[in-house]
Design a protein around this ligand. Structure first.
Ligand SMILES: [Zn+2]
Length: 370
């Protein structure tokens, strides 16, 4: 099992252009108005309409209607409880959860920028991250990546660096340099088999073709439209039309069976981890799932040597400290760096990169890889 575990949150993908949780709906609305998502226009309208009703119905803002995770969770809970303000009927509630997964999928597809050419765009943080991975593999260090993100920014850099993401879905025998890559909340390139008895998750792995507009040195990965054309690798039935993404609620039961193997694997990876690096994950107090994953997964007293948290928000330090307790504080290091800075400096000899000062230790420094 893994000795080095990287845990990534939304802050890690932000450098690719993906919106954060609290401006996601604004970005989605801009896309909708620009006409870029016309093929799923009704789904966008459906979500905006329900968010408006939810917003209006709350005398106190219990649910943050500007935050996509809160909204997605509210829709899922609405489906479970059989009601949402202004929306009646199981069909409409079902439709709404389907619509929001499309809104999330299309918004991420349209906003995640992938560089056309790394020789022109060398300062790509995910690419540099895959360089770290490559060096660790070469040095026979075992590692895994656990992420809460749905987007494909990292997949694309793995692909460009000739590394394969092993999602641990048992979907294909991997050859070459595969990287254990556990997406706890699903992914916009995962489709679920429409045959209820099968229900297998099938990932789309062709990252070759990007779409780009003239004059721009980056493109996007058109994944969702292609996912729809895939067939299940087990039973050859079509896949569901929505990407397989899991809402951040307690009630993950509807998604359980298929993704359970990914969660178990994540707990296992954490159990044997010697060094854990958390990047761009703010650990919101509502994320009970992660709290338990950590609490039950990590052996903090014996195996763990270092627990490193990189985030520009200083409040994140306290959240992790209270999770870990005082017994391991000598193993805990918080650094106020964003993802790009945590991995970039001194990896591949970027001399001109801004000097962040010696008080910070970057990942390559900690792992002694240069
Ligand atoms: Zn199937």
């Amino acid at each position: 099992m893994s000795k080095i575990v990287f845990v990534l949150g939304a802050g890690a993908s932000a450098h690719c252009g993906t919106p954060l949780m609290n401006n996601f709906l604004e970005v989605a609305e801009d896309l909708f108005r620009s006409g870029e998502v016309d093929e799923v226009k009704e789904d966008f309208e459906n979500v905006f309409d329900a968010v408006g009703k939810l917003h209006a119905a709350q005398s106190k803002a219990i649910i943050d209607t500007y935050n996509i995770e809160d909204v997605y969770a509210a829709f899922e809970m609405g489906k479970l409880l059989g009601r949402l303000p202004g929306i009646e009927g199981a069909d409409k509630l079902e439709r709404l959860t389907s619509s929001i997964s499309k809104v999330i999928g299309y918004t991420l597809e349209k906003t995640t920028k992938v560089p056309n050419d790394y020789r022109i765009n060398p300062f790509e943080a995910y690419y540099d991250f895959t360089e770290i991975i490559r060096k660790l593999i070469k040095a026979n260090r075992s590692l895994s990546v656990i992420t809460f993100n749905y987007d494909l920014g990292l997949e694309y850099s793995l692909y460009r660096n000739k590394l394969l993401p092993d999602y641990c879905l048992g979907d294909l025998p991997l050859k070459g340099n595969s990287v254990t890559y556990l997406k706890l909340h699903g992914s916009i390139n995962w489709g679920r088999c429409s045959n209820e008895e099968c229900g297998k998750i099938v990932p789309y792995r062709e990252f070759r073709e990007t779409e780009s507009k003239a004059g721009l040195d980056y493109g996007i990965l058109p994944i969702i439209s292609r996912l729809k054309r895939l067939k299940c690798s087990s039973c050859n039935k079509t896949l569901e039309e929505n990407p397989f993404i899991v809402p951040p609620t307690w009630n993950k039961t509807a998604f359980h069976e298929q993704i359970e193997q990914v969660w178990r694997r994540a707990a296992n990876e954490l159990k044997d981890a010697e060094n854990i690096f958390v990047l761009g994950y703010s650990f919101p107090s509502t994320d009970m799932f992660f709290r338990y994953l950590f609490a039950l997964g990590i052996d903090m007293s014996t195996i763990l040597r270092g627990f490193y948290v990189y985030d520009i928000d200083p409040a994140v330090e306290g959240r992790f400290q209270s999770l870990l307790g005082s017994g391991v504080s000598q193993k805990f290091l918080y650094q106020g760096l964003e993802f790009e800075d945590a991995i970039k400096k001194e990896i591949i000899g970027y001399k001109d990169y801004m000097d962040l000062g010696r008080k910070y230790l970057t990942i390559p420094q900690i792992l002694h890889i240069y």
